[in-house]
Design a protein around this ligand. Structure first.
Ligand code: ADP
Ligand code: 3PG
Ligand code: MG
Length: 414
């Protein structure tokens, strides 16, 4: 017989779970020009896309819109160009990739607004797709500037938000457009909210959460929530370096947000109060230079040489994490535990990911992971297919977990 399990109370998520909004199935799109907000912020390394999940998971929406004979204008951001037209962050490279993955022609407009873009869109025929240049090349996007939003809105008839992973941002292309145009959700948005709710509204205890990666300050706030709700919080990647630094440890050349020291300390205190064990690396893989199969050493977490950066968790850390993982019924994961793009610094992430995959396959836990780079890391480990659910969202996934109302989702409820 199955043992009785305790449920945690992540009740705030119920708000997000019970959301009712129209989708592309509820609206007549025949011949309409649809502005489709997608998240094509795909992970890249050495100019190569390391994972296509964010593209592939949009295909059902593209197929449905094409079946309905809509003209499809894809709007996305890529990276954080801060309002500059940075060629490194152009979306032009993606048009041929989308053509292949979506199995249809995709043209490219070198600007996301303006007369030339309008002209290109006016030439679209039913079921054709055009991708617009990085919407963050305009600082007005992140400012949710009304004039800029109007310029975007003038390009189409209907707004479809299928970018759950960017819906924690109140930007022109996520919330602004929904306020001006008739707005509905895409199929990926719908799938994400349903699947996350089903798996995580009342997770079985004990719960273990993994956070790592490099977007430290944007994710740190959520950890205060997580320590109150989970039994173990594993910190890896550059996130862990910030906590080691807050504990007075010299982190050498490691990536670390030193100005987050007091926030990190407060999280450690809150964890102690709520009985959540914070698992920081006990040992680390450190290197002077980050290169494929480059020289590296394993050091105690207290002894990172001043000349080195901590780039992965070490073997003692992996063993300890595995021990705790074996106790848990639910796993939540955002952020790789090391620089997984460069071998062998994927070892920490791989070892733990495979352990999670194995436990999930054996029916011993539910596992949910999210984040552009996290998916790439789990794919690299050969573990992604065995997770219970993989979300395309990183920061948005964490904010959803926190029970925050995501502005991009809320805007669809009007
Ligand atoms: P996600 O996209 O899954 O939300 P992030 O964008 O926050 O994750 O972080 C992913 C990045 O973090 C990866 O590119 C990885 O190389 C980097 N990273 C992981 N560990 C470290 C580390 N110790 N030092 C520097 N960068 C790291
Ligand atoms: C992500 O990769 O999590 C999303 O594309 C959002 O990106 P942002 O954190 O730069 O808003
Ligand atoms: Mg990322």
């Amino acid at each position: 017989m199955r043992e009785a399990v305790q449920k945690t109370e992540m009740t705030e998520c119920a708000d997000n779970a019970g959301l009712k909004f129209p989708t592309i199935r509820d609206i007549d799109l025949e011949g309409k020009t649809v502005l489709l907000r997608a998240d094509l912020n795909v992970p890249k390394h050495n100019s190569q896309i390391t994972d296509h999940t964010r593209i592939d998971r949009l295909k059902p929406t593209i197929d449905d819109l094409r079946k309905q004979h809509a003209k499809i204008v894809v709007i996305s951001h890529f990276g954080r160009p801060d309002g500059d037209r940075n060629p490194q962050m152009s979306l032009a490279f993606l048009a041929p990739v989308l053509e292949k993955r979506w199995n249809c022609p995709v043209s490219f407009a070198p600007d996301c607004i303006g007369e030339n873009t309008k002209e290109m869109i006016s030439r679209l025929t039913a079921s054709q797709v055009i991708l617009l240049e990085n919407v963050r090349f305009y600082k007005e996007e992140e400012q949710n500037d009304p004039e800029f939003t109007q310029k975007l809105a003038s390009l189409g008839d209907i707004f479809v938000n299928d970018a759950f992973s960017a819906s924690h941002r109140a930007h022109a292309s996520t919330t602004g457009l929904a306020e001006i145009l008739p707005a509905v959700a895409g199929l990926l948005m719908e799938e994400e909210l349903k699947a996350l709710s089903a798996a995580l509204v009342a997770p079985e205890k004990p719960v273990i959460a993994f956070t790592g990666g490099s977007k430290i300050s944007t994710k740190l706030r959520v950890l205060n929530y997580l320590v109150a709700k989970v039994d173990f919080l594993v910190l890896g990647g550059a996130m862990a370096n910030t906590f080691l630094f807050a504990q007075g440890i010299n982190v050498g050349q490691s990536m670390c947000e030193k100005n987050m020291e007091s926030e990190a300390k407060a999280i450690l205190e809150n964890a102690a109060k709520s009985g959540c064990e914070i698992i920081l690396p006990r040992d680390l893989v450190a290197a002077k230079e980050l290169k494929e199969n480059g020289e590296h050493i394993i050091v105690d977490a207290h002894s990172i040489p001043a000349t080195h950066s901590a780039i992965d968790i070490g073997p003692k850390s992996i063993d300890y994490i595995r021990e705790k993982l074996a106790l848990c019924k639910t796993v939540i994961w955002n952020g790789p535990l090391g620089v997984f793009e460069i071998k062998p610094f994927d070892n920490g992430t791989n070892s733990v990911a495979l352990a999670v995959a194995q436990r999930t396959k054996a029916g011993q836990c539910i596992s949910v992971a999210g984040g552009g780079d996290t998916i790439a890391a789990l794919e690299n480990a050969g573990a992604a297919d065995d997770f219970t659910y993989i979300s395309t969202a990183g920061g948005a996934f964490l904010e959803w977990l926190e029970g925050r109302k995501l502005p991009g989702v809320q805007a669809l409820l009007k």
